[in-house]
Design a protein around this ligand. Structure first.
Ligand SMILES: Cc1cc2nc3c(=O)[nH]c(=O)nc-3n(C[C@H](O)[C@H](O)[C@H](O)COP(=O)(O)OP(=O)(O)OC[C@H]3O[C@@H](n4cnc5c(N)ncnc54)[C@H](O)[C@@H]3O)c2cc1C
Length: 388
């Protein structure tokens, strides 16, 4: 089944990208350094993102969305991340939650939530990770106990992007603590805040500032049974993994944006800065850095394009999404480091953006499944797809 039900035309995509460029350079770029350094949530920018329809991008037209394919969406994510990667985080889990409901939700859940998400009345967040379990999601402890036509949730979640400003949360739980294998006892719920749902605070971070990563806890938090995603217990891990394909493509697209921004800044600075009587871009060691950075950007972009196109066709793309995420995030880290070297001492200064890329890039190696995990998944798929 294709995921791209009502994709926009190439002309519409170009118009939107042009408008995005103007908005980013006028309304966002001048404020990023201050908001980021002070770790201030960009309330006005987020409001403008809502008004521009950025919260509606991947929602189907019938729900009031813009019907973007993953291929078009990733271009927006890359462009946002070139200016400020945190802004991509504001809409990424919102889009992933929508895809989860679109793919796995009951008809009633789709009708209840998708129009409100598409119109940004609700802001989505994903709660998978816990203090003691991230990569190994089968080790989560959050428990949902059935009581009549309700479930009672207890436990805690960690690193939830949009955890404070979110208003609809997908929460991965265990409904059967003794299930074997453990994933058969895992179930996803859709929850709005209520009594027993606690936002315990923002976590302090190296980068990816402005947008919050929150710790949440549930204290006898009661949800009616119709909030169980898809209406059937025991499919939570599958739901989480289904959502992560798009999540990984998104992270890769963000990494392309950071890698490109680092390259662009390095190319500009290398022409401005003179040593030994010539611009540093004429020194061979700097040229090698610029060439490798440009190659990193193009290779990453093509991997993202390939994974997104498979996703849009409804084809299995865990391996492709993993490769895009692995390569692009390592490339972003490398480009950020190399851009800092090209800038010399100024690269270490807070007066330039390069230090931000250097702090933002490592997140892409960790989020939506670490790169160590991606390598395991890629290798497993490789063997599975090439049996002897
Ligand atoms: C800023 C930020 C935002 C985030 N946003 C969200 C969010 O919105 N929602 C959400 O649910 N989570 C979110 N996360 C959590 C993120 O997905 C996890 O941090 C990540 O999946 C890793 O889990 P962990 O931190 O528990 O590390 P661990 O799982 O403890 O891993 C520690 C190390 O061991 C390695 N490792 C683990 N298992 C294996 C293995 N089998 N083989 C080889 N190596 C292994 C890992 O690669 C890593 O290097 C966010 C994290 C950050 C930092």
């Amino acid at each position: 089944m294709s995921h791209a039900k009502d994709s926009i035309t190439a002309e519409e995509e170009n118009q939107i990208m042009d408008a995005l460029d103007v908005w980013l350079s006028k309304e966002v770029a001048p404020h990023v350094r201050e908001l980021e350094h002070e770790d201030i949530y960009p309330t006005e920018i987020v409001q403008q993102m809502k008004e521009m329809g950025l919260f509606s991008l991947m929602y189907a037209a019938k729900h009031g969305g813009l019907g973007f394919s993953a291929s078009s969406y990733t271009k927006v994510i890359t462009r946002l991340s070139e200016t400020w990667m945190s802004l991509a985080g504001v809409i990424n889990t919102h889009m992933m939650l929508g895809q989860l409901i679109q793919r796995f939700g009951t008809e009633e859940q789709q009708e209840r939530f998708l129009p409100r998400l598409a119109q940004a009345e609700l802001h989505g967040a994903l709660c998978l990770t816990e203090p003691d379990a991230g990569t190994d999601l089968q080790g989560i402890k959050t428990h949902a106990r059935r009581e009549g036509d309700a479930y009672i949730l207890n436990g805690s979640k960690m690193w939830v992007t949009n955890g404070v400003h979110g208003s609809l949360y997908a929460i991965l739980t265990k409904t059967d603590l003794d299930a074997h294998p453990a994933h058969k006892g895992m179930t996803m719920f859709l929850a709005e805040k209520g009594q027993g749902f606690n936002v315990d605070g923002k976590l302090k971070k190296l980068g990816y500032r402005g947008v919050e990563s929150a710790a949440l806890s549930f204290d006898d938090f009661k949800l009616s049974a119709d909030r169980l995603l898809g209406g059937i217990e025991g499919q939570g891990l599958q739901h989480a993994m289904g959502g992560l394909e798009l999540g990984r493509i998104n992270v890769a697209a963000r990494a392309v944006g950071v890698a490109k921004a680092a390259m662009n800044d390095a190319v500009r600075y290398a022409q401005e800065r003179t040593t030994f009587g010539k611009p540093i871009c004429e020194h061979q060691s700097i040229q090698i850095k610029l060439a490798d950075m440009a190659t990193n950007v193009e290779a990453s972009r093509l991997l993202v394009e390939q994974a997104a196109s498979k996703y849009d066709k409804g084809e299995r793309c865990d391996m492709e999404a993993g490769m895009a995420k692995l390569f692009a995030s390592e490339a972003a880290l490398e480009n950020a480091t190399e851009a800092m070297r090209v800038h010399g001492g100024y690269g270490y200064s807070k007066e330039f953006n390069v230090e931000r890329y250097y702090r933002d890039a490592p997140l892409m190696c960790i989020g939506e499944g670490t790169n160590e995990l991606q390598r395991l998944l890629i290798a497993k798929q490789l063997v599975k797809r090439s049996p002897i």
